[in-house]
Design a protein around this ligand. Structure first.
Ligand code: NAD
Length: 354
């Protein structure tokens, strides 16, 4: 097995995570032979770790030993770096979001086609165990036909880092966590989108969104709510999914939560009214014990190989990519619509109440 030699471009948070965590898991197939970062400080850190350093991007692309590059820079430079690498005959893995718009992505795709090089986007959250549980529930009917999916990530730390605050660098949460959640949703639901609306949040006063809510209705009637928040001091569950015969709630990445299904028992007692606040309710009373059953979450292992293993197979043996560019493009089209929906910032004076 001849490993693919990589140059890692952008040795920041995610670039170094690739080098020290993900790529190490598959050294038979993947070898990092050098790194390049425009920041001297990051070059020094990489040198201290013993990596070969390239003095420039051109030097990395000029190294004949390099077969592929991993691009892990801020979002705005993905396009130019990807195109340069493809034109130099290198295969490319690009971090998400692939670009800032669909139009930019199309430019990359045209060059990948011309040069016959592999271009794949690192949509790694298709391998998240919580996502894989929901994926299995969509297939196995344990909670019947799924008609509502709520997928959220919420934190209270604001927008992290520096460039993520700036529009020019492709900052904001739609292009950050939003991309992951939309990619997961569209990978789960193979249906055209009928309706979409979104509300972006600018609570922190940045020029980019610090979170958003998005509502999507698919052709088959399934509805989804996608939310990202960075101002949530306490959060809602990571997943809340309703089916015709049950509900699944996954609280967090630790996979805590519950899966409650209708027992389908023919005889069960009717729910008893309960005291609710200062009133009485039967509608909102918990279902009687014999009406429901608590189930374990299904298996959360992917039936597909790891991202890098797949990349290797695509490059060496023309396998089908797990993350297909046509899928990435659909997510980008959705994002184009959402970002265009940003409400105009109203002049403060107009808001003054006399
Ligand atoms: P970061 O700021 O920590 O690192 C980016 C690095 O790129 C910096 O060291 C910077 O100096 C360098 N850089 C900037 N312009 C460059 C250029 N032209 N050439 C070479 N190096 C350059 O950012 P990060 O959090 O590592 O994010 C990097 C990318 O990874 C982003 O696209 C982000 O969306 C993505 N990301 C993906 C995941 C994931 O789970 N897939 C997680 C985090 C970040």
């Amino acid at each position: 097995m001849k490993p693919i030699n990589f140059a890692v471009i952008g040795y920041g948070g995610m670039g170094s995570y690739h080098v020290h965590t993900i790529m190490l898991q598959d050294q038979e197939r993947i070898q990092v032979i050098g790194t390049y970062d425009i920041s001297e400080g990051r070059q020094t850190v990489s040198a201290e770790k013993g990596h070969k350093l390239y003095p420039s991007y051109e030097a990395a692309l000029g190294d004949e030993q390099v077969e592929a590059v991993l691009i892990a820079t801020p979002n705005d430079v993905h396009k130019e770096l990807a195109i340069q690498a493809l034109q130099a005959g290198k295969h490319v893995i690009c971090e998400k979001p692939v670009t800032l718009t669909t139009e930019e992505f199309d430019e990359i795709l045209a060059v990948a086609q011309e040069t016959n090089c592999v271009f794949m986007v690192h949509q790694n959250r298709r391998w998240d165990p919580d996502f894989l549980i929901i994926r299995e529930l969509c297939k196995n009917q344990q909670i019947g036909d799924i008609f509502q999916i709520e997928s959220r990530v919420q934190g209270a730390n604001g927008i992290p880092g520096d460039w993520r605050h700036l529009k020019a660098h492709g900052g904001g949460m739609v292009l950050d966590w939003g991309v992951h959640l939309f990619d997961q949703l569209l990978f789960l639901i193979d249906q055209p989108i009928k309706k979409i609306s979104a509300d972006l949040s600018y609570i922190l006063g940045d020029e980019v969104d610090d979170g958003f809510s998005c509502w999507i209705t698919f052709e088959n009637g399934l509805r989804a709510v996608i939310e990202v928040g960075t101002t949530n001091y306490t959060k809602l569950p990571r997943w809340y999914v309703k089916g015709t015969e049950g509900t699944a709630k996954i609280e967090d990445w630790d996979l805590s939560g519950e899966l409650i299904a209708a027992s389908k028992s023919e005889i069960f007692s009717t729910p008893q009214p309960i005291q609710a606040g200062v009133g009485l309710t039967k509608t909102m009373a918990p279902p009687s014990e014999d009406a429901t059953v608590k189930l374990p979450f299904p298996n959360s292992e992917a039936e597909y190989v790891s991202f890098y293993c797949n990349f290797y197979e695509v490059v060496r043996h023309q396998a089908d990519p797990i993350v297909k560019n046509c899928e990435v493009r659909k997510v980008m089209e959705l994002i184009d619509i959402i970002l265009m929906a940003k409400p105009e910032i109203v002049n403060e004076k107009e808001l003054q109440i006399v």
